[in-house]
Design a protein around this ligand. Structure first.
Ligand SMILES: [Zn+2]
Length: 101
């Protein structure tokens, strides 16, 4: 069965963030990091969309507190920089710092 895998890599770490760093470094993919460009539901590409075009699909508080949105070109899911955004940015900074070492 393993003969079918010609260019595989066995990830050593059990920590998800370390695994990301391992894979990015192993396959020299550091320059390919492009956060917030793909849909987490279907991997479709995200495109900036005007708030006015989607305002009827937003929850009341989202409508009030956010101005910038992206929409998946495949499934239509809408994204914005919500309350979790700071945690994502911090996690990304740690991963980028680990890659740079
Ligand atoms: Zn999607």
């Amino acid at each position: 069965m393993n003969r079918a895998v010609r260019d595989g890599y066995c990830v050593r770490s059990t920590d998800p963030d370390e695994q990301i760093v391992e894979v990015l470094q192993r396959f020299a993919m550091e320059a390919m990091i492009a956060p917030y460009t793909r849909c987490i539901a279907c991997n479709g590409s995200l495109k900036v969309v005007a708030k006015g075009d989607i305002i009827d699909q937003l929850e009341a508080l989202t409508r009030i507190h956010y101005e910038e949105f992206r929409r998946c070109s495949e499934c239509g899911k809408i994204y914005w920089s919500g309350s979790h955004f700071g945690k994502l940015e911090a996690r990304l900074a740690v991963i980028r710092a680990a890659i740079a070492r």
